[in-house]
Every structure is written in C-alpha cells, then in structure tokens.
Design a protein around this ligand. Structure first.
Ligand code: ATP
Ligand code: MG
Length: 389
C-alpha cells in the first residue's frame, strides 16, 4: 500500500498575511531535508501538507525521523493512500492499521469529507468503518472519549487517506523565517542548546568558535564541529568560523590586570563576533549564557560585554537552570559530546579571583594597553571557515 507523510503546520496558522511566505519556507526546508532520501512531491490543502514519495527506494522511516526534526511542524503522521471508494477504504484500512490496532484496547474512527460527492457522509464513514474494524479485531472496544487509537479517514479530491497515530512535531517556526544569527559556540553544554532554541524560533545559523592552540587542541575543534552537526539536524547547514584567539589571550595576560582577564576576553570575543556576523549577513548574536551561572554571567558582567556589541545579543538560556538545559541537551543528542573533557579557551588563563561586578568604565580602563583594533584585524584575517551539516 502506498504511504505518505501528512504534516500539520504549527504556529504558521497564526501568521495572517505572512502565512504564504512561512509556508513556502517550510516546504523548501522539508524538500531540502528529504532530498537525499529520494524524489518527493509536496501538495498543500488548508493547514495540511502531503509528502508523497516518488522514488521506488525512498527511505520512509528515515524521512519520518527527519520530518520530526523540522521546525514549523506541529504534528505529523504516516498515512496510506486509498482509492476514494467505500469498498477500498473498508477493505484496506484494517489491513494497513493491523499492527497498531492489535496493540490497542480501545479505538474510535474520525472522518473528514472534503469531497462532498463521496457517497457516505462523515458519521456514516465512522459507523461503517468502526463496524468493520470491530468484526476483524474481536478484542477491541469503541471509546469515543479517550481511545488508545484514533483512526482518521480523510476523503480528499484525488484520494482517501487513512492514518492512526499523530506524532508530535518539533514545533516552532520554519528555520529562516526570522533571518540569520551567529551562535558563539564553545564545546560546552549550553551553547548548542542555545543554538537549537533560537533555530526553533526561525533563525538560520552561522557559528563562530574561538580557539587558542596550543592551549586548546584540534580535538576540541572537532568536538565543536560534532556539536554543530547535532544542531544542524534541526537548523540545517551551518557556516562555522574558527577564530585564532591565542595571541589575544596572551596579550590580555601580559597587559591587563588579572581579575579582568575573563571580562576582557569576553569583550574581545563579542567585538569579533559582531564584525564577523555583520559581514555574513547575521542580524544578531546568540550565546549560551545563563544568569549567575559563572563569574562572567552576572548582570554587570553581561552589561559590560553588551556595551561593546553593535548587534543584539540573544541569550535564550538566561533564565534557565542547568537541569533544564541538560534535558534539552540530551534530547538533541548533544550531551554525551558536550561532556567530553577537552579544554576550552575560556579555561586558559582563568583568574583566581575574577571580577564579577565591573562598574562602567572599569573594563575600558583595564584593557587600555591593548591595541584592540590591530588584534581584532589579525584574528579576523586568520579565520578558517567550514560548512557543517
Ligand atoms: P557553554 O556550556 O556553552 O560553554 P558556559 O556555561 O561554559 O557555556 P562560558 O564559558 O562563560 O559559559 O561561556 C558563555 C558563552 O560564551 C557560551 O555559552 C558561548 O556562547 C560563548 N563562548 C564561550 N567560549 C567560547 C568559545 N571558545 N568560542 C565561542 N564562543 C564561546
Ligand atoms: Mg564554556
């Protein structure tokens, strides 16, 4: 029996006049993600999309997994395509749903009849198909209020579709509908989660990572790439810029007061990230900061880093506990990679007593011996780009 994937879009239905743009973005995202699996055709009717495999060898199970990771989709299900006749529906629906119905104790049938020329009305479809199912699966009972399985029949213009389970989609908005932003990615737990959260709100992603060889290793960079590939399952491909940061950190160590090392380092990161982001068409930065988590994440410290930024900084984890962050990290399969013990440039030259509450002007004074412009220019010239998917 021919199968298709039915997709219900999510918040799209709220978007009024923008709806068409959002929908076409979602269709393109679906096409891009499923293309490697074979040819497909997508049709739309009301708030449902029908993804129909064309290639013989289309990997249907993999396609279902991928659809589950596409933002902008509220729910999805697999359905079989039947002829638009009562005979075909009543004969084949119980066969198609056999596995699911055998596992259930109770069920109900729902019917939607978009094609009003179909000889049975919706309640009649429910009654008759319900009867057929009861006669084939003796153990089942009908429960219209809280059934284990809801069998849905949709009679549309060209065919009838039968499905059982509705799977929960990834939610959010289609990637790209909110523009593009630059995620500052470390090898830790937080930044991949922050990236995922903002992709969920419709941002496509570029990434920037600061590396300080030989203090940080090639394996730390590989770890960042692996983390981004986990995020890319949801966000689509990500351009990564790896910035050489060693000289800046050594200059900070040699020329700045120790208790300001971390703050100044973070200000340098933000300055560079804003320039790189602007060049690459990003509208903002994203970090994995969470209020109070470490010395550099107090409100005055955040204020001091914000003051050197020329783009808005999104901090989706700002009000979250570590436990909540870890839960998402596990869900997106990033956690096991994040806890691998490779050093990050943030842990190089960490002060014993970091300054946590800088007053306005203090950071500027602490960094006055640095040739900031020259250091930034050199770092940016040394950037290595790669594409992660
Ligand atoms: P994470 O778990 O994401 O590493 P963290 O709790 O360790 O975060 P910090 O090390 O203070 O916190 O970093 C705060 C944020 O700064 C990170 O979430 C990330 O967005 C950014 N960041 C830290 N180190 C780097 C780096 N080497 N390259 C790029 N961005 C970084
Ligand atoms: Mg970190």
């Amino acid at each position: 029996m021919k199968e298709i994937i039915l997709v219900k879009d999510g918040e799209l239905s709220l978007k009024g006049l923008n709806r068409a743009t959002f929908e076409s973005k979602l269709v393109n995202n679906i096409k891009r993600r499923l293309k490697p699996l074979g040819e497909i055709k997508i049709t739309r009717a009301q708030s449902t999309m029908y993804i129909e495999p064309i290639s013989e060898d289309f990997d249907f199970e993999e396609a279902l997994m991928r659809v589950g990771c596409i933002f902008g989709i509220a729910g999805y299900s697999r359905a079989c395509v039947l002829k638009k006749t009562p005979e075909d529906i009543f004969e084949k629906a119980p066969i198609y749903l056999e596995k699911t119905l055998k596992k259930a104790k109770t069920f109900k049938v729902e019917a939607k009849r978009a094609d009003k020329s179909f000889p049975l009305k919706s309640p009649e479809i429910c009654m008759e198909l319900g009867g057929v199912i009861l006669s084939k699966f003796n153990h089942l009972k009908v429960d219209v209020h809280n059934p284990d399985v809801t069998v849905t029949v949709e009679v549309r213009d060209f065919a009838a579709y039968v499905r059982a389970e509705q799977l929960k989609g990834a939610g959010g908005l289609p990637v790209g509908t909110s523009g593009k932003a630059e995620i500052l990615i470390s090898g830790g737990i937080d930044s991949p989660v922050a990236a995922w959260m903002m992709a969920k709100r419709g941002l496509s992603l570029n990434a920037i990572h600061f590396a300080s060889p030989p203090y940080t290793s090639v394996r730390a960079e590989e770890k960042v790439k692996t983390l981004l590939s986990k995020v890319a399952v949801y966000s689509g491909g990500i351009n990564l810029a790896i910035v050489p940061f060693t000289e800046i950190q050594e200059e900070i160590r040699n020329k700045c007061p120790e208790d300001y090392f971390t703050l100044i380092m973070r200000r340098m990161m933000m300055r560079i990230a804003c320039i790189v982001a602007g060049k690459d068409g990003c509208l903002g930065l994203i970090t994995g900061e969470s209020l109070g988590q470490v010395a550099s994440q107090t409100l005055p410290a955040i204020g001091s880093t914000d003051s050197v930024c020329t783009l808005p900084v999104l901090r989706p984890l700002i009000g979250m506990d570590k436990e909540e962050i870890v839960k998402i990290s596990r869900n997106i399969d990033a956690f096991e990679t994040s806890i691998l013990p490779y050093e990050d440039c943030c842990t190089v030259f960490t002060p014993k007593h970091p300054h946590t509450r800088p007053k306005p002007g203090q950071c500027e004074k602490a960094e006055e011996k640095l040739d900031i412009e020259k250091l930034i220019e050199k770092a940016i010239n040394g950037i290595q780009y790669s594409y992660i998917e």
